[in-house]
Structures are given as C-alpha cells and as structure tokens.
Design a protein around this ligand. Structure first.
Ligand code: N2P
Length: 349
C-alpha cells in the first residue's frame, strides 16, 4: 500500500513538472567582460527566460563559431567591419525599429558613423565604441620610457631579450597599430604602407610573447607581461582593481571601433531578441552597463546619466582633437587578406 502511494505521489510530481511551460532561452554570443552580469540576471527574471551566454575574443572567432555551430545563436556583437561581412553573407536580420522603443536614446552622431559599415542603420544597433592603446605595469616599465606615449615605445631596445610584450590576437589591430606607428591609416593596404608596417612588426615581434586578447588582463597586473596592446575599456576594468597598472592612448592616434548588437536571421527567438536589445538600450540600463564595462557608450541618454568623473576621463572619452587622429577600422573586402597574411607571417615567426 505504502509503495503504491509513493508511486502515485511520484507520478503526480512528474506530471506537475512536465506541465510547467519550459523557459524560453536566448542564445547570446558576446565579447568577454562586455555585459554586466546583474543586467543579464535582471532581464532573465523580468522576462522569465534564460540567457545562454557564450563569449569570444575576436570577430573571427565569433564568425567561425556561428557558422560552424549546430546551435543557432540569436544575438551577437560584431565590430563594424564584421557587420558588413555578416550582412554580405546574408546572416543578419533587418531591424524592425518599431520593436525598439529605446532606439531614440542612441547618439545620432554615432548612428551616422555606423552608416559607414551599416548603410541606413539597417542591421546593427551600436552597443559600445572604443579605442585601442597600451597598458603597462608601472613597477617594471620605467616612466621615462613611457613618457613619449608613442607606439614607437615597442621598438625600444629596453625590451630586447625580455619577452614581456603581448599584442591582441587580431590582425586588424596588430597590423593597424604598426601602420599608425609608421604614419599610415590602418586601413591603408598599399604596398609602401604594408612594407613599412611589416618591418615595424618584425622589430616588435622579437620581443612579443603572445598574441592574445584576454590573458593580458591578468598577466599585466601580475608582472608576467609588462606591456600589452589593450582595448581601452578592458584596460580600465583592470586599472580599477590594480593600482600598479596604467594605460595610455598613443599620441600618433589609435584604431577606433564601434561594436554593435545584431539579430541573426537564423534566430528562433526574434521577439525575445528584440526585447533584450531594447532592454540594453534603456538609458538607465545602458548607463549601468557602461559603468560596468568602462567603454564609451553610444547611448546619449545613458551618457548624460554618467558621473562627471567618467564623462571627463580622456581614456574613455578623449577630446575631439585626439579623436581626429583616430581611425575607424573599415571593411576592406578581399584586401583584408593582405593584412591577414602579414599577421600570420608574424605569428608563425
Ligand atoms: C571586450 C572587448 C570588446 C572590444 N572585452 C573589441 N572590439
């Protein structure tokens, strides 16, 4: 008798659980350290859903992942040139802006810039923008070496036989930095520009230990790496926790990028994807996210809510004189192969 009651109870419990509607799942793939986890948790709670977040360290990894994975992702965060690449591959859902009530919070000036890679702002919602510079450990890198605040620091003989430099695992950023250092635009694929960049890269490479876009965040503070090419927001996240670390934007200029949030055409959850993007566009949420990531926000309403201390930090929001010296990394079509070839050559040396 007892056994029968336990059995009935078990069946009843199973029935109750199987009748519960399963939670909707949003598959999101984003750069690492690029979304406040509390915001993610709040969105899940408010929408009774689960966000399955996977992270990547480069646009190339992201693209390989979404093209090769059996899992269809809903929302991803490509940089400008990759918005164009993905759009040409017909991977992106054209945006229905009527489903984005908070779209008007975006800065019209940034939307205009974004049209260079996404005509009419048809597929991509600007998420953060940023600049790439150099982060270093103050204990090991002498101040007089850093004083020039130039990419040329990496050519100094101080680095010889030290193996203490790392650069991003990103062809456009690495070859781009060498091009800027040589006085060229990082989008310049002419022969003189690329030969100059290749020879500068060779001199840097003698002392570069790895091309990696993540480990520098631990290795500069712990002294394994003394100087690293770094995205400004990631660097400022590290600086906030480590007094011994500093960061600068080189005087010659820096690469500038706008990362966007897009919905994939193959998404099975477009309604939830729209809700998520609209949630990120909310002024208060975008402000919280900007504080968490330390990246400059393209959300004008969110920018207005930020503390004066953040808005006046030139490592997040440099003045227009510096921005005039920065170069947006553009879509290069087939020409990108010339940059990739130089990067592969350096990596395999
Ligand atoms: C976040 C890096 C995003 C910047 N960790 C790369 N565009």
């Amino acid at each position: 008798m007892k056994k029968i009651s336990i059995l009935i109870l078990l069946v009843a419990v199973l029935l109750v659980f199987s009748c519960q509607p399963s939670k909707k799942t949003l598959f999101v793939s984003n750069w690492s350290d690029y979304l406040d986890p509390d915001l993610k948790a709040r969105f899940e709670k408010e929408n009774n859903c689960v966000i399955r977040l996977s992270t990547y360290e480069s646009n190339e990894n992201m693209l390989t992942k979404i093209l090769s994975s059996k899992q269809s992702y809903d929302v991803v965060f490509p940089s400008g040139d990759h918005v164009t690449i993905m759009q040409l591959k017909n991977l992106l859902e054209p945006l229905d802006k009527d489903k984005l009530n908070n779209y008007a919070n975006l800065d019209p000036a940034i939307l205009l810039k974004a049209q260079s890679f996404d005509p009419e702002n048809k597929h991509a919602v600007p998420y953060f923008w940023g600049l790439t510079g150099l982060m270093y450990n103050k204990k090991y890198v002498p101040e007089d070496l850093i004083a020039s605040k130039s990419w040329k620091i990496l050519e100094d003989k101080f680095w010889n036989s030290k193996s203490k430099i790392t650069m991003l695992d990103d062809a456009r950023e690495v070859v781009g930095a060498a091009l800027i250092s040589a006085g060229y635009d990082p989008n310049d694929v002419s022969q003189p520009a690329l030969s100059a960049a290749a020879s500068i890269l060779e001199s840097w490479d003698a002392n570069i230990t790895q091309f990696d876009s993540d480990s520098y965040k631990n290795e500069v503070p712990d002294g394994t790496t003394w100087i690293a090419q770094a995205y400004n927001g990631d660097a400022l996240q590290v600086l906030a926790e480590n007094e011994g670390v500093s960061f600068f934007l080189p005087g010659e200029g820096a690469s500038l990028w706008i990362d966007s949030v897009v919905i994939l055409k193959s998404s099975k959850n477009k309604d939830l994807a729209y809700k998520f993007i609209d949630f990120l566009l909310d002024a208060e949420n975008a402000k919280i996210n900007a504080e968490y990531t330390s990246y400059p926000t393209p959300n004008l309403r969110a920018y207005e809510l930020l503390d004066e201390e953040v808005k006046s930090n030139p490592l997040i929001y440099p003045d227009s004189a510096y921005l005039d010296k920065c170069y947006m990394l553009k879509f290069l079509g087939e020409d990108v192969k010339r940059i990739d070839a130089i990067f592969e050559q350096i990596k395999t040396n």
